[in-house]
Ligand binder design. Structure first.
Ligand code: ASP
Length: 365
């Protein structure tokens, strides 16, 4: 049976002429194309299965990223890493791999880079170790997986994918997540592998600020000049599926057991083939309360507005008015990409459906 979402139908019915053309064009499809459409549609909520277009966007965190604070070598390193991650995912998509493979491989590359606050290079907790969070969601099946507060898994995004594909749950935390991941073949690693001097220094700086005004430090990122560094990837694969994934060390000096938005489906990560896929970065407490990733998709779906309108409203109006700092990368089922942020910068890159590469850091590029 052909699958039409109710929103697609009602939109068409609002305009009878469009509806007639739509129905006619469906019947004019060749039988093999129709068969392919049926197979995919039966297995997922795919609406883009005949286009064969692929596209990807990646981020490496948003925050107080100023030109004067980055040397040209550092800037170059960030740009290269963003571009490389996008290319890794794009090449996999072009080779016909599933969206979740592209998302996981691109994120794994970033988790291994000390530049980012995910995997190696993760920030320190107040107690001086690392607690990592990650999640992934498939927009065709609406399956999702997440891990939170893991300390001994080198690639949290791999663990999140295992939760999605091999468990009956959506989110596992702490020791339970680790036991599950090791049982499914992931290697146990020491928490020290995530150590970097840069993040250690950031913890000392944070502790000095906390000693002065603890509430301001945790509640008002502006006053404390927060820098983020979470990584995320969103893709449209050649089956028309949207997939989103996010991985992070959280926020510097976070308290024991604190979980941010990144592993929370709806807050930091969301994907639904009927609207869009989103990965967020920023002050997690705000992203959780404003359910940011799912809100962007819901606005597209229920208000019938574009990806750019929906994502811009959530980041630059709703979140900004609330005082929440950060940004998102988002992609829709046509391969349109939007990457709004309300901070000074966001490390980001994309390769669109025509193969055009974009890399940016600051707001004016
Ligand atoms: N959103 C992450 C968190 O709150 C931090 C980040 O994006 O840098 O844990």
């Amino acid at each position: 049976m052909l699958y039409f979402s109710s929103s697609q139908m009602s939109r068409s019915l609002q305009k009878p002429l469009t509806a007639i053309c739509f129905v006619l064009s469906v019947f004019m499809m060749s039988s093999s194309a129709l068969q392919a459409h049926n197979t995919l549609a039966d297995n997922s909520l795919s609406q883009n299965s005949l286009t064969n277009h692929v596209a990807i966007a990646v981020h490496g965190g948003a925050g107080t990223i100023k030109r004067e604070n980055l040397s040209s070598q550092q800037e170059q390193a960030y740009r290269l890493a963003m571009q490389e991650a996008a290319q890794i995912g794009y090449d996999l998509l072009k080779a016909g791999k599933a969206g979740e493979v592209a998302v996981v491989e691109a994120i794994k590359y970033l988790e291994l880079s000390p530049l980012f606050n995910a995997g190696i290079g993760a920030v320190y907790t107040f107690e001086g170790d690392h607690e990592l969070d990650a999640s992934i969601m498939h927009g065709g099946t609406l399956q999702a997986g997440a891990v939170a507060g893991v300390k001994h898994i080198k690639s949290p995004i791999e663990a999140a994918r295992l939760v999605m594909n091999e468990s009956v749950h959506v989110m596992l935390t702490g020791e339970g997540a680790e036991i599950f991941a090791f049982e499914h073949g992931l290697e146990k690693t020491s928490n020290d592998v995530f150590n970097t001097k840069r993040r250690f220094d950031a913890l000392q700086e944070a502790k000095a600020r906390i000693a002065k005004d603890e509430v301001a430090f945790y509640r008002d990122p502006k006053a404390q000049d927060y820098k983020f560094g979470t990584v995320g990837v969103v893709v449209l694969d050649d089956q028309g599926n949207l997939v989103a994934g996010t991985s992070t060390g959280g926020m510097t000096a976070k308290r024991y057991g604190r979980v941010g938005d990144s592993p929370i489906i709806g807050a930091g990560t969301y994907a639904d083939n009927r609207s869009c896929a989103v990965s967020a970065t920023g002050h997690g407490e705000f992203f959780i309360r404003y359910n940011v990733a799912a809100d962007v998709c819901a606005r597209m779906k229920y208000q019938n507005i574009s990806l750019v309108q929906a994502s811009d409203t959530v980041i630059n109006k709703v979140l900004k008015n609330a005082g929440g700092e950060g940004g998102i990368i988002a992609i829709d089922n046509k391969g349109n990409i939007s990457m709004p942020f309300n901070t000074l910068g966001m490390y980001r890159a994309s390769i669109d459906a025509s193969g055009k590469v974009y890399v940016g850091i600051y707001a004016d590029e």
